[in-house]
Design a protein around this ligand. Structure first.
Ligand SMILES: Nc1ncnc2c1ncn2[C@@H]1O[C@H](COP(=O)(O)OP(=O)(O)O)[C@@H](O)[C@H]1O
Ligand SMILES: [Mg+2]
Length: 313
């Protein structure tokens, strides 16, 4: 029994030692192999990242090449557009110039004939000719301004003057226009001594445009009222009419060139114009650092157009 205990002790010890070594080896192996697997996993991941980065770099390179091609194409078409725009402006000013001269002569000779002893019918024909040349003359004047705006040559000739002259220069002609169309025309007293720096001729042109529109879009017997006044350090002009009014969706659009209100149903009135006057007026007022706007309570309810410019622009 003793022998058995004595013999079993070292055996047990040996067995335990062998077991420990085995366990150590196994866990070592396990540790080793999971470490290399993790390393391999990381390496694969890195490889994958590197490949993806290389791919992205190729794509970026490709895209930047495409972009360069597009940019050079765009530069070319921009050049072409600029050239075409120049051609259009030159063509416009050539036509305008070549039409203006014969037009003046048609008008002049018609007026001369009117003074001769012509029959009633002939006199009416001549009056129609003069009327039509005037209409064409206005169009030519608008087209000249448009050509100048597009060529960036519409310059303001600014001087110091009394704002009242903006209206005073044109009121007599406007009164006659209103009378001819049977529209009541009221010009409220003009403020004296409001001195501004601006282009007197161009500002009168703007006011004339607004008044002519008001007369044109106001039915017989209704009223157009002009008011000039000072508001703070601004010179302001208001043209209020009781005419056909403007749909609220179009009060801003009508300042775009060639735009005529679509909600207004009167074809005849539309055909009397080209939709240029207000866009030119806008350009002139912007040239004075001012604002120009239209307001209307709605179709059939009249409109008010106004501009405001700082005393020194
Ligand atoms: N006083 C007004 N009342 C109603 N509509 C107006 C008035 N003034 C301008 N409009 C609208 O704005 C449009 C553009 O005006 P404008 O640029 O002067 O061109 P045009 O008078 O040649 O049509 C007009 O066609 C009209 O539809
Ligand atoms: Mg007009």
């Amino acid at each position: 029994m003793e022998f058995a205990i004595v013999a079993l002790g070292p055996m047990l010890l040996m067995f335990l030692a062998a077991g420990a070594i085995f366990v150590m080896q196994v866990t070592g192996f396990m540790q080793n192999s999971s470490f290399s697997r993790r390393e391999q996993f990381s390496q694969n991941l890195i490889k994958q990242y590197v490949m993806e980065i290389a791919l992205a770099q190729t794509q970026v390179f490709q895209r930047s090449q495409d972009l360069e091609i597009l940019t050079s194409r765009l530069a070319l078409s921009n050049q072409e557009l600029g050239r075409l725009n120049d051609m259009k402006s030159k063509f416009l000013s050539m036509v305008v110039h070549d039409v203006r001269t014969p037009l003046a002569s048609i008008r002049g000779f018609s007026e001369l004939l009117m003074k001769k002893n012509v029959g009633e019918k002939e006199a009416q024909y001549l009056k129609n000719i003069v009327g039509s040349t005037d209409q064409l003359g206005h169009l030519i004047a608008d087209l000249t301004d448009l050509a100048m705006i597009e060529a960036g040559k519409l310059k303001m000739e600014k001087t110091l003057f009394d704002f009242a002259y903006v209206a005073r220069d044109i009121l007599p002609a406007m009164t006659i226009n209103a009378q001819k169309r049977g529209v009541e025309f009221v010009a409220n007293p003009l403020p004296e001594g409001v001195m501004i720096t601006g282009d007197r001729f161009r500002l009168s042109q703007v006011l004339m445009n607004l008044i002519n529109n008001a007369i044109k879009f106001t039915p017989v017997g209704k009223r157009v009222e002009v008011t000039l006044r000072q508001e703070g350090n601004k010179a302001c002009a208001y043209v209020k009419d009781s005419g056909i009014g403007i749909h609220r969706s179009e009060t801003a659009l009508i300042f775009e060139k060639f735009y005529q209100a679509k909600h207004q149903k009167d074809e005849k009135l539309r055909k009397q114009g080209w939709g240029l006057g207000l866009s030119i007026a806008g350009e002139i007022i912007r040239g004075h650092n001012g604002i120009i706007k239209a307001t209307s309570p709605g179709l059939g309810k009249g409109s008010t157009f106004y501009f405001k410019i700082p005393f020194t622009s």
